[in-house]
Design a protein around this ligand. Sequence first.
Ligand SMILES: [Zn+2]
Length: 341
Amino acid sequence: MPTPAKFLPWPDSIIPYVPNPKHKFWSTIIAAIMEMNLKTNVQFIPRTNELNYIYFKYETDVCNQSECIGMKYSDDGSGQFVNINKNCRNLHELGHVLGLIHEHQRSDRDQYIHVIKDKMDESCFSQTQIQAICHNSDNQQLPYNIHSFMHYWCTSGAKTNGQQTIVYRPNPSMKFDTPEYLNDLSIEAINRIYPTPYQIELPANNCTYKLHSIQASGCLDAGPHHIRSDSYPLPDTNPYLYWQIEQVCSTSGWNVLWNVQTQSYLDGGPSHTRNYHHGEQETNHYLHWKIHVVVNGGKFLQLENRAKSMYLSCGKKHVKKFESNDDQQILWSFYRVCLDR
Ligand SMILES: [Zn+2]
């Protein structure tokens, strides 16, 4: 990957992406996105109409996996690609998107690792040499992170399969991989570029929203599907996905969610939605939801049902028992729908 002299971080710690559930590796891409969203200050959010965004390609035999280090600013809305195939570590490619270079290319790396060029395929040389202009690893004054998701694994580019090409000097017999998780130093490296944590916007009364689940790559649907891809048939054209939030009474903390298309309320029971009957809205606790802001200072919402003491879930069960704050099936985001377009 060519080294830019400088890179653009993403404004407001937000990286819009185009959901692509048909991608061969979509479930592992989502896992990487959630690892970023749950542990760091940044938030990958499904794109609505943002000018700069990423999209995921699947091409084999491509050497440039991430089009740009940091944000590729463009004014034509063409976006920047991230290519994910079986040779990629998903989280690693997202690291490039955020602006990180390889840990093993930082300028002080020779103190920590020995790169055995004789055993390495020449095609790997450019990816393993020290970069003259080095940003976001050693110039952050962070300790060397051998278990960084941005570090190549110990047999990278080996001419002979399984031969070690990178040796960790403090512990030469140690084998290491490129992990699909973030350790504390990796989290710190990201948060030093993005010091401001993303904070979710709370829904307001009398506005219309889509309720999105990253885990399901879709939105809450008032029809029998329960969840529907939000890009079908076109973004922001499916009123089955439109919900309005209304407080039951101004001090109770409980809300109802009203679907615009079906003229029904979100229901905690198996029927999923329930038709409106006069008066029921106030007294029927199955229709009442409390919104909790959770994860890392406020990145996601959970919706607790008053009657069932369970949480709205993107899984088959519609509502489920609380397991943990970062149970991905019960994490939701509200996105405001612009109906006036
Ligand atoms: Zn890389």
